[in-house]
Design a protein around this ligand. Structure first.
Ligand code: UDP
Ligand code: MG
Length: 346
């Protein structure tokens, strides 16, 4: 039987917070009055997360464990969950309890009442996030909005509920490095929002160091706008005009015999032109890199193990599945075990 709600929870080294998550999420879902599954996507954790998940699965039949072979990253882990979740509605939720599970009930209610396909969780209060995180996120959204015209809500993250139709649309996208918080609004399904208070991480530490935040930002921009490529063109035009001006000036100076040693101006010109060229080549490289990975067609994650499938391939560190498995008839048609990815080989 297809559950009414799937809750996809990406987790990477979340052993510390997992007990708290189970303790808080389960009562909420049990009280929903709807059938559900929780798809815990273990994103190649190296701590006790997979062991704990297997343990919880014994006492919580609705918990389904999907283990990725290697750490694929937050967005890819969510994509893996979306590709494998079977519910009529699918919600995504961080494991660290920053997104309060209680809001899920409200999201489901809004989706049904307003007949919308997507319900975004919008943070009404982000005081739990560091000032740096808030400031940089806000500046970044503003920039992305300007260059790409995204309709994504400034304070919406990856806490959202989607209908089956939306999830199918996302799954059908061949795009790699997809940043779902911008991809989903771009699909244009009818949507509503629910506000919530962003809480502090319940335990453990953030898996988003600065380098990953920068990566997410670059993926968001290059995934949604070619404005940076045009920036190179504008630099080129501006540089060309400046060069013509310099040429005229130099010729006039030469004719008037006013030439000076000019060491400073030479160095400045060479340095600035070099810097601009490097910047533009770098921007170009980002897009070429995207095309390169797209053309390779390599899935952005590999599923090692799915507790819903008896005969699935086993992850090296995943404990053997138990005899008592949830019924396999809930399998979606064509859902592949072993290798799954958003890419359609073509
Ligand atoms: N996460 C993941 N794979 C990663 C990094 C993070 O699945 O490579 C998960 C993580 O376990 C958490 C969610 O993504 O459930 C958000 O990560 P985190 O809370 O560390 O990010 P922050 O809230 O600090 O931005
Ligand atoms: Mg977090």
């Amino acid at each position: 039987m297809v559950p009414e709600l799937s809750v996809v929870v990406p987790m990477y080294d979340e052993a510390e917070v997992l007990p708290l998550l189970v303790q808080r999420l389960r009562p909420v879902l049990d009280a929903l009055g709807a059938t559900y599954e929780v798809v815990a996507v273990d994103d190649g954790s190296k701590d006790a997360t997979p062991v704990l998940l297997q343990r919880y699965r014994h006492e919580w039949p609705q918990l389904r464990v999907l283990r990725l072979r290697a750490n694929a990253g937050h967005q890819a882990a969510i994509s893996a969950g979306l590709a494998n979740a079977v519910g009529a509605f699918v919600a995504t939720l961080d494991a660290d309890l920053q997104d309060p599970p209680e809001v899920l009930a409200q999201m489901l209610q809004v989706a049904r009442r307003d007949q919308v396909d997507v319900v975004y969780g919008v943070r009404s209060d982000r005081s739990a996030d560091s000032a740096f995180k808030r400031g940089s996120a806000r500046a970044f959204y503003r920039l992305l909005r300007a260059v790409s015209g995204t309709t994504a809500h400034v304070d919406a993250g990856d806490f959202r509920l989607m209908s089956r139709a939306t999830v199918e649309a996302v799954n059908a996208l061949p795009e790699h490095h997809r940043v779902l918080r911008f991809v989903v609004p771009a699909l244009g399904f009818p949507s509503a929002t629910v506000t919530y208070r962003r809480e502090v991480r319940a335990a453990g530490r953030s898996k988003y160091p600065l380098a990953r935040m920068v990566r997410l930002s670059v993926d968001s921009i290059t995934g949604f706008s070619i404005a940076p490529l045009r920036l190179a063109t504008w630099f080129g035009i501006g540089g060309g005009l400046a060069a013509i001006g310099m040429l005229v000036y130099a010729l006039v100076a030469q004719l008037r015999s006013e030439t000076v040693p000019g060491w400073t101006s030479t160095v400045v010109a060479v340095a600035s032109v070099g810097a601009i060229q490097l910047l533009c080549v770098g921007i170009l490289g980002e897009y070429v890199g995207r095309m390169y990975t797209m053309m390779q067609g390599r899935p952005s994650y590999f599923v090692a193990y799915d507790s819903m499938r008896d005969h699935g391939t086993q992850g090296a560190q995943a404990p053997p599945p138990e005899a008592a498995q949830p019924p396999a008839e809930a399998l979606p048609p064509g859902a592949a075990t072993g290798v799954a990815g958003p890419s359609r080989a073509g």
